[in-house]
Structures are given as structure tokens and as C-alpha cells.
Design a protein around this ligand. Structure first.
Ligand code: BTN
Length: 242
């Protein structure tokens, strides 16, 4: 049973979920019309004006903190599911920029920020924060600090936010249990097909280090395998610059 909690305005749906994790049941979706402190990855902010999808999905799989690496790829799963939604419901092709940026027409259309709340060796919950540009105009898009686009612009129609969310939730939970059993192998092939980086030369920033090389593979843990001057680098988390 999926529970939905709505806010017309909130600082960040992810922050709300983190703060209230003990009282939030498994499979709850926190939805906001507007966020005043929407968070992106790596301390960036997320453009959070009205008419876009701003949600956090709270999951409470039965795992210990020692098993957390097994569900690190939940973010890859969420990216593949989002991509399926764009294709199945809106006939829009998207690409994934490792690890979990969704791009359409070469520009960002959605982003995912996952957080885990851990107490001792107990995983209290996983929060999958999802922002999708659903209804924007060229003027508001310019406020985003990177090339971005929006679903209404690419389809030419106003997007119904509730319809988008329900379609996503339905797709997400169709294979969620299977994903918990099988992990990344369930979506590995599809993820790689959707990847826009494989075979390309990329620059990746990992905290204060930068790697430059050919993106050779995504391994079975969802990590990026880079070939940097014949030296293999395996990157667990980072930001691709180009
Ligand atoms: C990124 O691409 O940098 C990730 C963006 C994630 C944005 C969403 S919007 C809903 C949820 N609440 C937040 O504060 N952030 C995520």
C-alpha cells in the first residue's frame, strides 16, 4: 500500500523524510508543489518551482548497514524506471548520465538524490528524491545553471503531474521486489543501453580528484569503469563533467 503526504510548500521533501524517518511507513511518497531549499547532488540546489515533480519516495527494506552496498544501485533502478516512464507514457527517448541524471535532447530533464538513514547497524530508511522538469517555459529554464529541458516542451502538451507520478510509482513497484532479490543484474543490460557515457571520453570529479578517460563499462555494482591512460579506475560515486 502506497501512502502519499502532500505539502504545498516545504524546504525539501528529502530533508522532511530524513527528519521524520522513524514515523514514516515503508512506501510513502512525500510530494511538494514548491520547495524553498530543494537539494541536488553534491551540495547543489534544485530548481523547485511549481508544476514540476518534486517527490521523495521512502523505502524501508529489511537490511543491515553492512548490506547497504547491495542496494546502492537502487538509484540506478530508479533512473531506469524513470526512463521507462518517459518512453512508455510520453514516447520520449532519454539517456542516463551515470549515475542517475536523466537527459533528453542532450539536456537534463530529471535528477535523483538518494539518501540512507542509518542508526547503529540498522538501515532506518532509504530516501529516493526525484525532481522532474514537467512544465516549464524557456524563461524559467534559463534560471537552471546547466542546459536543461522540460517534458512539456519536448511533447508540446501540458503534463499532468499526478498522472506522471502514478505511472512512475506503478512501474517502480512492478519489479521492486525482484530488484531487492536480484540487485543490479535485473537492470544491468537496460541501464547500459540507456547510458550516454559508455565508450566516450569523460572527465569525472570525485571529491577533490579528477579522472579523465574512456568510460569502458558499468560493473555489476553500478560503478563506472574508466580507462585512464591504460590504467583502470573504478569509480563508485562522482560527477561527470563531459
Ligand atoms: C540532482 O540531479 O542533482 C538530484 C536532484 C534531486 C531533486 C529532488 S526534488 C525532490 C527531492 N527533494 C530534494 O530536496 N531533492 C530531491
Amino acid at each position: 500500500m502506497i501512502k502519499k503526504i502532500y505539502f504545498s510548500e516545504i524546504e525539501s521533501t528529502n530533508d522532511y523524510a530524513v527528519k521524520n524517518i522513524e514515523h514514516i511507513q515503508n512506501k510513502t511518497v512525500i510530494i511538494a508543489d514548491v520547495q524553498t531549499k530543494g537539494k541536488g547532488r553534491n551540495g547543489r540546489s534544485w530548481f523547485s518551482e511549481k508544476n514540476n515533480l518534486l517527490v521523495s519516495l521512502v523505502l524501508k527494506p529489511q537490511i543491515n548497514s553492512s548490506d547497504i552496498s547491495g542496494i546502492n544501485t537502487l538509484v540506478h533502478y530508479a533512473a531506469v524506471i524513470l526512463s521507462r516512464v518517459f518512453k512508455k507514457k510520453y514516447n520520449l527517448d532519454t539517456e542516463i548520465k551515470w549515475p542517475n541524471d536523466l537527459r533528453a535532447d542532450g539536456r537534463k530533464i530529471a535528477g535523483i538524490l538518494t539518501e540512507a538513514v542509518i542508526k547503529g547497524d540498522c538501515v532506518q530508511g532509504i530516501i529516493i528524491g526525484i525532481g522532474v522538469n514537467l512544465n516549464m517555459n524557456e524563461k524559467t529554464i534559463k534560471k537552471i545553471n546547466q542546459p536543461a529541458t522540460s517534458l512539456n516542451i519536448l511533447t508540446g502538451v501540458k503534463i499532468n503531474k499526478d498522472e506522471f507520478l502514478d505511472f512512475f510509482l506503478n512501474e517502480f513497484f512492478l519489479e521492486y521486489n525482484k530488484f531487492l532479490e536480484q540487485g543490479f543484474s535485473l537492470i544491468e543490460e537496460e541501464y547500459k543501453m540507456l547510458s550516454m557515457v559508455l565508450g566516450k571520453k569523460v572527465r569525472v570529479v570525485v571529491s577533490d580528484k579528477e579522472y579523465c578517460g574512456i568510460a569502458k563499462d558499468i560493473d555489476n555494482k553500478g560503478q563506472l569503469v574508466l580507462n585512464c591512460n591504460d590504467k583502470e579506475e573504478i569509480i563508485n560515486i562522482g560527477d561527470i563533467l563531459c
